[in-house]
Design a protein around this ligand. Structure first.
Ligand SMILES: NC(=O)c1ccc[n+]([C@@H]2O[C@H](COP(=O)([O-])OP(=O)(O)OC[C@H]3O[C@@H](n4cnc5c(N)ncnc54)[C@H](O)[C@@H]3O)[C@@H](O)[C@H]2O)c1
Length: 351
């Protein structure tokens, strides 16, 4: 039985609790949030006996094997570091840290301590993405030349997920002082991970970031200064020589949460569009299809979730590919994005 503790009991923690509760051999034994009422109601909802407001105390008094860290981005490093120092296996929410230096320290510590370490790049669970990545890697579309990737959300322009002016899960995401990297840090990390998973490492990034006026007096909501970027456009070059665009925004009215990548090679093309399905990809390949520009849909068998993969890693003591080493890599892409936007020129990626 894996005894699991949950740190951070906001919105996303419910997805973690639901998923882990359904996996045989896992028991949720403790949870923690700095907001005591939130921690208490979470504990009641998910039938978790140990309820805490200080993760250090929770790690000291509870008998845990593993921790899932679902705190705000700024708390990922302190919480995961404290857990690893106690020898606990960690599933950490994305992005791994707030800065590249922090992410590298987390990676190095996790590797040194030989715990199981994983970052929840949740879209990696898409079997369509996994199969398309293998197809590209195996040379299915020939030499990769050109890539187009986007992650589109709309919660600043359409209130389908609630009002960003009042919902706590949105306000910290708008403020750099509260550790947010804006749309680039929040979901740009997902689309950069998906793109690199499909096409290989990125070696240089040219990035433009924009923080649009939101029509709020003084550009602040109480303690939250609304200074985090909300639109991001990048051009990237891959280690294999291909080039591409990656963009993401919170202003894409009409899109809820849309991730799509298209990759063109000299012998074909693939597309992964998670709005269509998590369990398929599309491909153009072969003389006839290329003459007619005909896309074929390839159906794939659903793959394990990231939570199932974490449990598998804990049991087998073998890290999942979405480990802290990959998490620090994605953090390097974020770092280069910020640096490039600041300097106004492309920046080479150093992992
Ligand atoms: N993988 C995904 O697809 C995905 C989706 C949504 C959110 N996330 C990530 O999950 C994390 C949480 O996001 P959310 O939407 O649930 O936000 P949220 O604001 O709803 O929840 C965050 C919770 O963390 C708590 N917290 C902050 N500091 C803490 C600390 N030091 N100790 C204990 N608790 C602390 C807050 O009080 C809050 O309850 C973020 O890192 C976000 O990037 C990932």
């Amino acid at each position: 039985m894996i005894k699991l503790g949950v740190v951070g009991t906001g919105g996303m923690a419910n997805s973690h609790a639901k998923a882990f509760s359904a996996i045989p051999g896992v028991k949720l034994v403790a949870c923690c949030d700095i907001d005591a009422a939130r921690a208490r109601s979470f504990g009641e909802k998910w039938n978790i006996p140990g309820v805490h407001t200080d993760y250090r105390r929770m790690f000291a008094v509870e008998k845990l094997d593993a921790v899932t860290n679902v705190t705000i981005d700024a708390a990922h490093a302190p919480v995961s570091t404290a857990a690893i120092k106690r020898g606990l296996d960690v599933l950490c929410e994305k992005p791994l840290g707030v800065t590249l230096a922090e992410a590298r320290r987390m990676r190095d510590l996790a590797v040194r301590k030989k715990v199981v370490h994983m970052v929840n790049f949740s879209y990696r669970r898409s079997s369509g993405l996994q199969a398309a990545a293998k197809y590209v890697r195996d040379g299915g579309i020939g030499r990769v030349l050109h890539v187009e990737s986007s992650y589109l959300q709309s919660w600043l322009s359409q209130p389908a997920w609630g009002d960003w002016r009042t919902k706590a899960a949105f306000t910290w995401r708008l403020s750099t002082k509260h550790g947010s990297g804006g749309v680039l840090g929040d979901v740009g990390c997902h689309i950069l991970d998906m793109t690199a998973f499909l096409c290989g490492d990125i070696r240089s990034i040219f990035c433009d970031l924009k923080t649009f006026d939101k029509g709020v007096r003084g550009n602040r909501l109480g303690e939250y200064v609304l200074d985090a970027n909300d639109s991001c456009v990048m051009t990237v070059e891959f280690a294999n020589g291909a080039i591409g665009t990656v963009h993401t925004t919170r202003w894409a009215t009409g899109q809820m949460n849309s991730l799509r990548t298209r990759v063109w090679g000299d012998q074909g093309a693939v597309e992964v569009d998670l709005d269509r399905s998590y369990d398929e990809y599309r491909v153009v390949r072969g003389k006839k299809a290329m003459l007619a520009a005909e896309w074929k849909t390839v159906a794939c068998k659903p793959a394990p979730t990231m939570y199932q993969r974490f449990v598998r890693a804990v049991k087998s003591r073998r890290n999942d590919p979405s480990d802290f080493v990959n998490g620090a890599k994605v953090q390097a892409y974020l770092h280069c994005g910020f640096e490039s936007a600041r300097r106004g020129r492309p920046v080479k990626v150093v992992f």
